[in-house]
Design a protein around this ligand. Structure first.
Ligand SMILES: C[S@@+](CC[C@H](N)C(=O)[O-])C[C@H]1O[C@@H](n2cnc3c(N)ncnc32)[C@H](O)[C@@H]1O
Length: 136
C-alpha cells in the first residue's frame, strides 16, 4: 500500500474546486431544469457549477488514519471505496472516528460492496440501501 498523502489528491481536489463537468457527466441523472439553474454552459460544451454554489463547499485533503474531530460534525459522510486500503484493525479505528463526527442517526455511506467493520456496534445498516449505515 502506498503511503498517504499521495501527490494526486491535490490534482483531484483542484479539479473538483473548478466544478466543471462534461456534457455527459452533467446530464447523468441531473434534470435539465437543475442543470440550467445551477450551472453555466462553457464554450467547449462543458458545464460549470455557478460560483455561489461552489463557494458553499470547502475542500480539504485529510488522512483518515489521523484525528478528524477538528473538521466538525457532518450529517452524512460519503466514504465510498476507500476502506479497501485498510486492514480490519484500521477499518475499526476509522469507524470509531466516523462515529465521533456524525450526530445521532447521522449516515455513513460506504461503497456498494463494502461492509462496515464496527466491533462496538455503533451503527445499523439502512434498510434497502446497501453500503449505508446509520449511527445509533
Ligand atoms: C478507489 S478510490 C475511491 C475514490 C472515490 N471515493 C470513489 O468512490 O470514486 C480510493 C481513495 O481513497 C483515498 N485514500 C487512500 N488512503 C487514504 C487515507 N489514509 N486517507 C484518506 N484517503 C485515503 C485515495 O486517495 C483514493 O482517492
Amino acid at each position: 500500500m502506498a503511503s498517504w498523502p499521495l501527490t494526486w489528491p491535490k490534482k483531484v481536489v483542484d479539479k473538483a474546486k473548478l466544478g466543471i463537468y462534461s456534457q455527459f457527466e452533467a446530464q447523468r441523472g441531473l434534470p435539465i431544469t437543475m442543470l440550467v439553474k445551477y450551472f453555466n454552459s462553457l464554450p467547449d460544451t462543458s458545464w460549470q457549477l455557478k460560483e455561489n454554489i461552489r463557494n458553499m463547499v470547502q475542500f480539504k485533503t485529510w488522512n483518515l488514519l489521523e484525528d478528524y474531530t477538528a473538521l466538525g460534525k457532518f450529517d452524512i459522510v460519503f466514504c465510498r471505496n476507500v476502506l479497501i486500503y485498510f486492514d480490519d484493525a484500521a477499518k475499526a479505528q476509522i469507524t470509531e472516528k466516523m462515529a465521533k463526527i456524525l450526530p445521532p442517526h447521522g449516515v455513513l455511506i460506504l461503497g456498494y460492496t463494502e461492509t462496515l467493520v464496527d466491533p462496538k456496534g455503533q451503527f445499523v445498516g439502512v434498510d434497502d440501501f446497501r453500503g449505508a449505515y446509520r449511527l445509533k
